[in-house]
Each structure stands twice: as C-alpha cells, then as structure tokens.
Design a protein around this ligand. Sequence first.
Ligand code: NIG
Ligand code: FE
Length: 419
Amino acid sequence: MTKPIWIKHATQLATLAGEGKGPRSQEAMSELGLIEDGSLWIENGIIQAVGTTNELEKRYAEKLHTADIVEASNHLVTPGLVDPHTHVVYGGSREREFEMRLEGATYMDIMNAGGGIHATARMTREAIEEELLEQTMSRLDSFLAHGVTMVESKSGYGMNLETELKQLRVMKELQQKHAIDLIPTFMGAHAVPPEFKGKEDEFVDYLIDKMLPIVAEENLAEFNDVFCEKGVFTPEQSKRILEAGKEYGLVPKIHADEIEPYGGAELAAKVGAISAEHLLKASDEGIHAMAKAGTIACLLPATALYLREEAAAGRKMIDAGVPVAISTDCNPGSSPTTSMPLVMNLACISMRLTPAEALTAATYNAACAINRQEKVGSIEVGKQADIVLWDVKNYQELQYLFGVNHVKAVWKKGVKVVG
Ligand code: NIG
Ligand code: FE
C-alpha cells in the first residue's frame, strides 16, 4: 500500500469540475471550478477528496500523519494536461525541411517532391521497433516534464501494413514501459505512398480491405484519422475510409481544412467524427455544421506558427458554439514540439482564447476529444490522480509568462513522476 498524498494550501486549485459529461462550449469553457487555498487527497492512484485545506484537514484529521504532505502555497494546481493529437512515434528527423521552408518552399511542395510525410515514412519503415520505442520514450519524458499526462498517438508513417502495425505495436508496448497513457489512432491515410502514386483509389481499397481488419482484430487502435486535403485524400475518399473504420468500431477523426478549404469540417460533422483537427481554412458553413453536430475542434496553433500560417479562428469557433480542444500536433515536420504549455500560450495569443478557455481546451475538452473525460481532464473524486503543480500563483499567470516551463511537479496515477 502506498502512502496517501495530501496536497494542501494551493493558492489556486483549478479543478475543471463541471456539469455534464460532454465537451464544453461557450461560457462553460471559462468555468474552471477554482478553489482558493485548495487541497486534495489522493489514495491508491485515485482522487479521494477535493476542497479547501480547512475542509480536508477536518475530514482526514485521523489520517493526516500517514500522508505525504505537499505544501502548495504560492502555486497553482491543475489536472494533468492532455494532448489529444500527436504523431509522436516516428523515425529520423527533418531539420533540413525547416530551412527549406524559410527559404521559400511550402509544406506541400516538399511533400509532393517526396519529402515531408514521405521522408518520415521512409525513415520509419527502416527503423526497428526498439529504435522507435527508445526515441518515442524520450519524447514522452519531455511531454511529462511539460505537465502532460495523457497523449493521443497516430500511426501514419508506414502507409503499408507492416509499418503501420509496427508503429501501433510500439504504442502498445509503451503503455507498459512509460508512465504516460498513450491513446492509439490508426492513420494509414496520412498520405498516398509512392507505390500507389496515381492509383489513389486502389490505395483506399487496400487500406479498407487489408489494413483496417487487422488493426481492428489486434485491437491496436480506438480512432481512425484521415488527412483530407487537396492533393492527399478527397472528401469522398476520406468518407469511405472513415465509414469503413466505423464498421470496426473505430471512431472517426479528420485532419481537415489545414492548407485549403476543402469541406473537411462539413465532413467531420456528417460522419459523426469526435473531432476535426487543424481547421485553419474551415468555412463558416463547416464551423456551423460542427457546432450543430457537437464535433470538437482540435486546434493546433503551434503548427500554424511553425508553418508561418495564420492560426485557426479559435475565438470565432467558440463564439459559434464549437467545443474547442488544443494540442501540440507533435510531429517531425510541421510541429516538432512537446510543449502543451506553449500551445496554451499560443491559443491565447494567436487564436484569442482567454486563459481560462485555453486551460479547458488543454485538459477537460482535450480528454473529451479522445473519449477519456470520465477518467481524466478534471480534479474530481473518483478520477485518476493525474496532477500538476505549477510554479505560478494562478491560471492567468500560467498563460501570461510564456515560453517557459512552469512545471514544478507531476503525479501520474498518484505517483510522483516529475519534481
Ligand atoms: O498534422 N498534416 C498532416 N499531418 C501532420 C504532419 C505530419 C508531418 O509533416 O510529418 C500534421 O501537421
Ligand atoms: Fe496531425
């Protein structure tokens, strides 16, 4: 039996506790469930009580001496951050492309010339499982150091059965080997691989007939994602892939309207996707369709910044009633970062989210985007004790002092893993 943990005297405890079980939109994104002089009691990896220090002191009077005490005065305490969109398992790196873009090449120019996703696919196809495992472990360490305790992870750097399965199996192994919870997504439709160039529909058939059944049979993924973009997969092809995944119980997600407006947001609403990602160029109709369907907009402001594009219209989406989550999009091309705190800062600066909305988008709504809101995303009794102690006094300060890692300590399932 491990000792209970009593975190007390938090200057501000942002519980993110709220009404209902679904993602939050509009005003509900600003309700952080704040407690001053906050306190929580953790036992067996689960949050047992949340309240003021005074309340918990009385309630646990008889057990106080058995606990590990964490003095949190002058600090903010929040739930562990959740990153609902990454491509964290990959081989190699692409620093030369960063230079090429600064010299004037676009993301799609590089990809169409065989670089970009294709370059990482070659390096990932070549890498052995142990290499992928080791490289991903160190990225996950970095996520944890930035206060992230749950990460969604996509395949998609294989685009053939062997390598897609290799990536997904690495994710499965990482569940045992790393403290972070990894939530797997199949993204065989990340690009059309060179062996199917000019035969895009045949690749879609191959993915549906040969890849999906095995991914489902081996229980390797929960979600199914598609890069729906001009020159990659059309809305029709994307729909086929997502509908086929649904037959196997895989929940749709879509990389939508990133480079050009292409009907991706509309498609997300139509196929009942849990979330649509990027949305830099989403149309007003698409935004309204998402609001109506309750589709989460998973926005990636670090990617927009890195590609020197204008960020998605986060403010407008929230005002239109779309629940918004945010994510790093951690990948070797368009967003090589593991810093969710930076993403929260950017959500405020480049998408005009308020500091409170950015925190909701990085915790509770992010958990909703990967169907984990019953377990994580808020500090409530019965939830997994994924907790971050920040070296700032309140949530506004967390978003205001930007580009700095304010994490002081992290507990994962009640075990201290950072600090
Ligand atoms: O979400 N846009 C497509 N996929 C990734 C980038 C992948 C890569 O460049 O390696 C994204 O930005
Ligand atoms: Fe992505």
